[in-house]
Design a protein around this ligand. Sequence first.
Ligand SMILES: C[S@@+](CC[C@H](N)C(=O)[O-])C[C@H]1O[C@@H](n2cnc3c(N)ncnc32)[C@H](O)[C@@H]1O
Length: 323
Amino acid sequence: MNMGDRVGEFAFFDYEPGEADMASEVIEGLKGEPKQISPKYFYDQRGSELFEAITELEEYYLTRTELGLFEAHLDEVASLLGDNLCVVEYGSGSSLKIRKLLEAVTPNAYVPIDISQEHLKANAQRLYEDYPWLRVYPVCADFSQPLTLPAVTDGLRKVGFFPGSSIGNFEPSAACQFLTNVHSELGSGGALLIGVDRKKPVEILVDAYNDAKGVTAEFNLNVLSHLNARLRATFDIQQFDHDARYNEHDGCIQMFLRSRTDQVVEVDGQPVRFDLDEELHTENSYKFHPEEFLAIAAEAGFKQTRQWTDEQDWFALFLLEAL
Ligand SMILES: C[S@@+](CC[C@H](N)C(=O)[O-])C[C@H]1O[C@@H](n2cnc3c(N)ncnc32)[C@H](O)[C@@H]1O
């Protein structure tokens, strides 16, 4: 089809993700043992920019390896998917990856879902300008909660897109719950294209999350600035250090912020005490053997259509079908 024949459309859907819940969720995590915070709070405007910078780092093999798989296999993905499609991207950010997918698959509609409102709006608008034949319906929402896709996409076959091994940010049971929600959002007969980071030698993993330029450290520390801005918190980021290490037992990289001193920080008017060397757990990035991932996907109602991996077996791309 000549894309010039198609007429695009742009509409923004704000599902107002949990502004009111943020304070109680964050404080509960900060008062827990160990202290923790959801990685979704990394992504204010600065956090989204820092993540983009991470994807270009030498040590961060994930993005370039996944892009290599796209380069090699997206034509096949497109022919397996057919026509009359709506691509739904969970956590859209502003990556190059979606452009590659849109160009290969030429869907009728694209629904980027992201919690970072301004970043989402700006990037979705830019995509609409660059692909005037596309119907673009950004949804500002928390994708870890069940949601209903805008009715304007009814009648199109849904293709979920979840690249970057973001699935690894969920604990395995939460990953299964997330995929179960995705299954019901896409509907039976939908498809899911998902990038998954594989288990590999520990040094490679540890280097990827401890880059020499300190960008990952800045990204990790930025969560505290985000809390200062959103929850009137009083974190002094100079008083915390970044750490990322591999948890062999759980098969995941874990990121922490370690307190450099005994200190009391206020968050939304409530005192939170940190002891010297006490850690705040900020992110998990689970790594998978392909069969481990497929077992979780099967429990959520997905069946593998095709699987591709790179020459080093570092990263896997799965096309799944929602049964
Ligand atoms: C790691 S980036 C991935 C961007 C892009 N898809 C890629 O693979 O390069 C994660 C994106 O997901 C968004 N995000 C993280 N947690 C989210 C959540 N619970 N709900 C909605 N968006 C979320 C962030 O704002 C960010 O833009």
